[in-house]
Design a protein around this ligand. Structure first.
Ligand SMILES: Nc1ncnc2c1ncn2[C@@H]1O[C@H](COP(=O)(O)OP(=O)(O)OP(=O)(O)O)[C@@H](O)[C@H]1O
Length: 569
């Protein structure tokens, strides 16, 4: 791992000449989506156009619009219109678009007496007393107008109502719950005159450590200038908080479920003062892997008046039912079409003959000009490591890898490199699929087919964030073909088209859907193909070269025995 990281910093170009013959064998077949993006003059709005849902043109997928609306007993708030010229679709190797595109969106509200949306942060502040310091922090961080989920979500949470919020990836869900939490906190619990009881008053739960870390950072930005104690629950902070006197003075906790439940179980944490509980990536937290822990956390938040909110870009029916059963008289907000990515992510499917052909296909793509950074998803940790190694061996610069099998330090370092723009290609597993906000990600490649529609939506949502355009490519082999249909439906729902033969594919059975993405794949990403052999030769050369250099450093001749500088050949 360390070796390839060192090698990957070289900034060397892919040797096209060397692999020319191999590359020609593997010309990729691309099936492009045909989403028509349109643009607005960015100077007209302080908010990126995709986030400015109130200026969107009327429209969308008419079929979906009708059927969706028919089932709602709620207010349907359609966004107003602004027409704009069509714009060419974004490809992974395109230059970044000068201005963001617009697509139709709508906001659907369901529930009893939903409050009126907030037109601006100031509007929300005048109605609900958002402290001026929070407004100042929003402005200083470049957040001048609310996104759709913020406009509709803020009043609901500020009125202390329970909320289920479904809004596409990258549309600002984090601030939708952090602003109300901070507005409700008032004086820090540590201040002597605080009436706030003892212990954390707000808890945010997220499925991965990286996401919890990111949310904690957003908390710190928003709380700048206030003396609230915001804790990212980790092994170290759990030890510190084992002291009751310390934990009584904490205002907000952000955590993953595992860590929290461990502390609840050993009695070193109580959540009986929590008034605001947020489940971010709720469908993940309510799936079978986390459900028991999530239930324990909900039960531990024992105050009768605890306000609960669930957020996600996807909420399948089963998870929604569980979520709703835990909420009291909730408001449900859906931005855009449920379980549908934003149309500003151009999506395409690329056929590759078999698993062994994926690496040459990827190398072929990387041999051409492309816009970094890109995120590549594989199905397993060994495959992520193996792919990172293969790219490095092929002289692709600035490759990094992030998966749950790495140490905390390795993971933190990788995320930092990504944030500093030092990583051009991030190879990861599902651990990075949800919530991670690296603003400039230009594209996503699903090297291995996603395991579910939700996984697909979250993975591709690492690009096209905060109003930027992005591109997503999904490789599929013959083995994946039976599972193309659900993904192609998502692509079509978000306004793109897919080839007719895919549209005509039969719907996979329930049984088959369960097997989606669970195809047995090798732990390494290359087999004994011609590329594999040339790489093996290259690897051998590198190992021998490294041995020779070591011998030279040790003062030995590479051929053995003779002094450095001797003529050994
Ligand atoms: N009002 C705003 N104006 C401009 N940018 C915003 C605004 N609110 C949030 N953003 C930016 O949008 C980006 C996406 O926000 P966030 O990570 O909260 O999205 P999300 O909806 O939670 O996405 P995901 O579903 O992937 O978790 C962030 O970079 C954030 O800083």
């Amino acid at each position: 791992m360390e070796t390839f990281k060192l090698l990957s910093r070289g900034g060397v170009k892919f040797n096209k000449k060397r692999f020319k013959a191999d590359m020609e064998l593997f010309e990729e077949t691309e099936i492009k989506s045909s989403s028509n993006h349109s643009s607005v003059n960015p100077s007209q709005a302080t908010l990126p156009a995709e986030l400015d849902f109130f200026k969107y043109a009327e429209g969308g997928n008419p079929k979906r619009r009708q059927s969706d609306g028919a089932n709602e007993v709620s207010d349907v708030a359609r966004v107003s219109s602004e027409s704009s010229p069509p714009k060419k679709k974004t490809k992974l190797d395109d230059e970044p678009q000068a201005g963001p595109s617009t697509q139709p969106h709508r906001v659907t509200l369901k529930g009893s007496n939903p409050p009126k949306c907030a037109e601006s942060f100031e509007d929300a502040s005048s109605r609900y007393n958002i402290p001026s310091r929070i407004l100042q922090n929003l402005s200083e961080n470049g957040f001048h107008s609310p996104t759709a989920i913020q406009s509709y979500g803020l009043p609901v949470l500020l009125e202390k109502r329970d909320l289920a919020a479904i809004s596409p990836t990258g549309t600002g869900k984090t601030l939708s719950y952090l602003i109300p939490i901070m507005s409700h906190l008032n004086a820090p619990i540590s201040s002597s005159d605080s009436e706030a009881g003892k212990g954390a008053r707000a808890l945010v739960v997220a499925p991965t450590r990286e996401l919890a870390h990111q949310i904690h950072n957003e908390c710190l930005k928003l709380a700048e200038g206030r003396k609230w104690r915001m804790v990212l629950f980790s092994k170290a902070s759990a030890n510190t908080l084992a002291d009751k006197a310390v934990r009584d003075k904490v205002d907000v906790i952000v955590s993953t479920p595992l860590r929290l439940v461990a502390s609840l179980k050993n009695g070193s944490l109580e959540l009986n003062n929590v008034r605001h509980l947020v489940l971010d990536e709720a469908d993940r937290l309510l799936d079978s892997e986390f459900l028991e822990q999530t239930k324990e956390i909900i039960a531990a938040c024992s105050r009768e008046d605890v306000q609960k909110a669930v957020f996600s870009a996807t909420l399948p029916a089963g998870a929604e039912q569980v979520a709703m059963s835990n909420l009291r008289d909730p408001i449900r907000i859906v931005v855009g079409l449920k379980d549908t990515p934003l149309p500003l992510i151009s999506q395409s499917l690329t056929y590759v003959n078999d698993d062994a052909s994926k690496l040459p296909t990827l190398l072929h793509f990387l041999a051409r000009p492309y816009n970094p950074p890109i995120v590549i998803f594989t199905s397993t940790q060994p495959r992520a490591s193996s792919l990172a190694e293969q790219l490095t061996l092929n002289n692709i610069p600035n490759v990094d890898c992030l998966h749950a099998g790495m140490t905390k330090k390795e993971r933190d370092d990788t995320v930092s490199r990504m944030r500093r723009g030092e990583c051009w290609i991030m190879i990861s597993t599902e651990v990075m699929a949800r919530g991670m906000d690296f603003k400039g990600v230009r594209g996503v490649i699903n090297y291995d087919f996603p395991t579910s529609v939700q996984s697909y939506i979250h993975r591709i949502g690492r690009t096209g964030r905060a109003g930027r355009e992005g591109a997503a490519v999904t490789y599929f082999t013959n083995d994946d073909a039976p599972y193309l249909k659900p993904i192609s439906n998502v692509i079509m729902q978000s306004g793109s088209t897919v080839p007719e033969w895919i549209v005509k594919l039969p719907k996979p059975s329930k049984m088959k859907r369960k097997l989606m993405g669970k195809i047995k794949r090798d732990e390494t990403v290359t087999k004994d193909g011609s590329i594999g052999r040339s790489q093996a030769r290259r690897r051998k050369d590198m190992v021998q070269g490294s041995k020779r250099r070591k011998q030279v450093e040790d003062g030995k001749s590479p051929s053995g025995g003779k002094e450095m500088g001797s003529d050994t050949e």
